[in-house]
Design a protein around this ligand. Sequence first.
Ligand SMILES: [Ca+2]
Ligand SMILES: [Ca+2]
Ligand SMILES: [Ca+2]
Length: 282
Amino acid sequence: MRKYRWIVIIALIGCTVSFASCTKVQKKSTAIVSGVSDTGEVDPPMDVLIYTGSASWITLENATVAAKTTKKLLESNGIRAAITENEGYLKNWMVETTANGAVNVCVLYGVLPASIYAAGNTQPDGSVAENWIETTDGDTILNHADYLGYYSSDATPNNKAPLQNLMDLPHVDINVEEIENLNMLVTGDGKTVAPSLVNFKSNRPFPLEQLKSEWYAEKIYASDTGSIEATLADPIILRDGIRGRLAMVYQTHHGDNPKGQVAAEIIINYLLSKAVLFPMEK
Ligand SMILES: [Ca+2]
Ligand SMILES: [Ca+2]
Ligand SMILES: [Ca+2]
């Protein structure tokens, strides 16, 4: 009789365990970035996500106008893009698109949100943003307006450390020459890739001599000389060897420039261009 009771108890435990594990497997993932279609298929994450929850050196209103322009142009070229004011959404998308085998682009307006890089520079290595640009996907943070990373989303000034920590270049300093309103002349590449880009004045052009380690200037679209042989550049795409990228596009102090169009043109004609991604296919 006692033996029989044990069999029942063991069977009950077995049922409980299998029920619990079943529940776990069936639990829906909290992928708020991917949509689920009517047929139950999970959509792939957006190619491009534009964050407009906070901005520096551009008003939120102007950032939103630029973001809408970029999104519209990307979509008309078959690129999936979304705008979000929610930095938690941005973080989930970044985690989801880290090392997913596809180039993704995150567009920012002078603010590096705390959800992807802790305010106060408390995570010099391994932030969501740093992990994102350290895979061979070629993922790209494309920054407009203020110095890339200078302010966090809660208005904490992180100053120059975020760029240093993201690049693992402890001395990188964009404003070492304290440049204000430096003429940027469009290069040949700039004319080809971004027809909307015309000569303008940059407040935070990138000093090319600061590139160290495996970082290099992958593309220079405007510079102080109008050629790629230059000292300072904006727009510029910096690349970490075969890994990710940081792009600086119109780093200007409330400059009135076509950020929306030029960002879209750089993404369409270079970063996500089929000719660039799949050069062997004709
Ligand atoms: Ca990716
Ligand atoms: Ca780091
Ligand atoms: Ca690193």
